[in-house]
Design a protein around this ligand. Structure first.
Ligand code: UTP
Length: 295
């Protein structure tokens, strides 16, 4: 019997971030800030809010700033303390609570999301776990992974975060077909990676939030290179649905694809408007620059 408590979150952060070049040439996409926090910190906060205690980052040689971000920085802390900037000092010290373990595993080459997740097997062990893709930023009242954790506790099966996408975006996602099974939940019956519109089984796209039972590792170890010449997580899920139920959750919230320039800008505007320190002034500024000009 699979335990119901999810203790581990896996963050694959070893991708190339090609859509965001040149910004991602020397610094990771996941360290791009939305207002004043990097994407990966939003990701970590969401996972911790859903109960994760062990954070596993799948990294690569160019991603050391992620490790540094979640580590202590005695020199900076000393300087902030000496200059009496106690508010900033507390922000810097609180990035990861002391009971949380951060573990870093190198993915030698970006062979695909499926391969990245397989790299976490020895650390995750025989337990269910979260997978969180930091470039999918989700703004919601209840953090998305927390919504998924609650659902997982009801059904004790793998779960994919999904949302409807427009026809023209279908070719960018894993697309699922589902049916309601005897438990009353929507079960995946088919999943296709980046299909052409004519081959898509629906408009329901998998986005960057997952809960997996450890059975996924067996499937990941068997997949072959496929779409984009990568080891695709979608292929492992496609095999998993033959052996056990995989459900979908259309979560509440707005998702921003921060791996794309437009999605990143939309997120920056939304989080800027909601920001306690600058929200009001930013809103006034936006109203001003979007006001129709009198000719
Ligand atoms: P993406 O395809 O969105 O990210 O992969 P990418 O490859 O970094 O970006 P583009 O498409 O080139 O702009 C989804 C997630 O999987 C991770 C990425 O870091 C991202 O969070 N990933 C992808 C890995 O960790 N390893 C890989 O080999 C591939």
């Amino acid at each position: 019997m699979i335990p119901k408590k999810i203790r581990t979150a896996v963050f694959p952060v070893a991708g190339r971030g090609a859509r965001f070049l040149p910004a991602t040439k020397a610094s990771p996409k996941e360290m791009l800030p939305i207002v004043d926090k990097p994407l990966i910190q939003y990701a970590v906060e969401e996972a911790i809010a859903a109960g994760a205690e062990k954070l596993v980052f799948i990294t690569s040689s160019s991603k050391q700033s992620i490790e540094n971000h979640f580590d202590r920085n005695p020199e900076l802390e000393h300087a902030l303390s000496e200059s009496g900037q106690n508010n900033l000092l507390s922000i810097v010290k609180k990035i990861v609570p002391p009971n949380i373990a951060c573990i870093y595993i190198r993915q030698g080459a970006p062979l695909g999301l499926g391969h990245a997740i397989l790299c976490s097997q020895s650390v995750v062990g025989n337990e269910p776990f979260f997978v969180h893709l930091a470039d999918d930023l989700i703004n919601s009242e209840i953090p998305c992974l927390e919504q998924m954790r609650k659902y997982f506790e009801l059904y004790n099966a793998s779960l994919l975060g999904v949302e409807y996408v427009h026809d023209e975006d279908i070719h960018r996602y894993g697309i699922v077909a589902t049916e309601v099974d005897s438990s009353g939940a929507s079960r995946v019956t088919k999943i296709v990676e980046k299909p052409a519109l004519k081959d898509a089984p629906s408009n329901l796209a998998v986005v960057g939030r997952y809960i997996f039972t450890p059975e996924i590792f067996k499937k990941l170890s068997l997949i072959k290179f496929s779409v984009d010449n990568e080891l695709q997580l979608t292929d492992a899920i496609s095999s998993l649905i033959n052996d056990e139920p995989v459900y979908v959750l259309p979560f509440d919230g707005t998702r921003y694809d921060c791996g794309s320039k437009l999605g990143y800008l939309k997120a920056t505007v939304q989080y800027g408007l909601e920001h306690a320190e600058i929200g009001v002034k930013f809103s006034e500024y936006l109203k001003n620059i979007t006001k129709p000009q009198n000719k």
